[in-house]
Design a binder for this molecule. Structure first.
Ligand SMILES: NC(=O)c1ccc[n+]([C@@H]2O[C@H](COP(=O)([O-])OP(=O)(O)OC[C@H]3O[C@@H](n4cnc5c(N)ncnc54)[C@H](O)[C@@H]3O)[C@@H](O)[C@H]2O)c1
Length: 279
């Protein structure tokens, strides 16, 4: 470890269990010398393992539903009290779609669920930043990161209304990134991560096959949750002070591929099989 976050304070949203990307970020932030609070929605605190992580990182868990401004005010105020000052980094690692959970296809969405998807997975990012700024809770040269997915730019079968949420999330990062950069030298970015076997990830239709496809398509292979955490740590560190308003692909190269030899091999085999069956 490099002491990259020595003396820095933060708030980490979204650690549910040890597979969560936020869990890995917390472990690495702790190892890099940061102090931070952990937060999640009460039901996830009850059913997940976040208390174990808090013990491991010598910190506390402050419950907050990220769609509730009152909860966020309480979280941010208590975090500053506990940490002894303003924060230097915030990780937004939150996603949930009831349409995905209930397997409703994109052309038969439940619109109440859609509103929830957008509120939880995208607008909560705006709420976190607006609340933090109103409470003057972020230090100059602070860094705010949210996690995104390439379905914001390209259509990927099965990602459903989460694609729309991610497009809004990335837009919020740009819009708020301008204001926070201009006024406070705070940077805001999204990290667009490979498919990763977590609770949220595994809920996507055909997830295992998707992971195999992206593995075959990516010259460096899929990025793991741990590797994603390392990238987030670099974005929280002072080594990336002038990176802002970006959607940063952390996907082994997938986003710039059209077809790879490995994917072509698998496609050719299944195509030949299909032709044989038709004869
Ligand atoms: N797993 C993947 O394949 C993948 C790929 C790219 C991006 N991402 C993104 O990474 C982020 C983290 O997801 P993950 O894969 O670690 O899965 P995860 O299931 O471990 O984390 C999702 C978290 O969101 C939290 N959450 C849900 N509703 C909330 C609310 N109202 N308020 C506060 N928190 C709430 C959950 O409790 C959970 O901790 C999400 O934004 C996800 O979309 C995941």
């Amino acid at each position: 470890m490099y002491n990259l976050l020595k003396g820095k304070r933060g708030i980490i949203f979204g650690a549910l269990n040890e597979n969560s990307i936020a869990w890995k970020v917390a472990e690495q932030a702790y190892a890099e010398g940061a102090t931070f609070t952990l937060t999640n929605v009460p039901v996830s605190i009850r059913f997940g393992d976040i208390d174990k992580l808090a013990e491991q990182c010598n910190t506390i868990v402050i419950p907050a539903d990220a769609t509730s401004v009152a909860d966020l005010e309480n979280l941010i105020t208590k975090s500053m009290e506990y940490l002894g000052g303003k924060v230097d980094f915030i990780l937004h690692s939150i996603g949930m779609s009831l349409n995905v959970r209930k397997k409703l296809p994109y052309d038969d969405l439940n619109y109440e669920y859609l509103k929830k998807t957008l509120d939880i997975s995208a607008i909560s990012f705006h709420k976190v930043m607006q609340t933090a700024v109103k409470l003057d809770a972020v230090n100059e040269w602070g860094s705010i990161v949210a996690l995104s997915y390439i379905a914001a730019q390209r259509t990927l079968y099965g990602y459903n209304d989460m694609a729309d949420a991610k497009a809004i999330l990335e837009s919020i990062a740009r819009s708020f990134g301008y204001i926070l950069g201009r006024d406070k030298n705070i940077r805001v970015n999204t990290v667009s991560q490979s498919p990763t076997p977590t609770t949220a990830g595994s809920g996507v239709k055909g997830f295992d096959h998707l992971m195999d496809f992206t593995e075959k398509m990516s010259p460096l292979g899929n990025a793991t949750a741990d590797e994603c955490a390392s990238y987030c740590i670099s974005l929280f560190s002072d080594l990336t002070k002038k990176v802002t308003m970006q959607n940063l692909f952390h996907d082994g190269g997938f986003s710039n591929m059209g077809m790879s030899a490995a994917a072509m091999e698998t496609y050719t085999k299944s195509l030949e099989e299909e032709i044989k069956q038709k004869k």
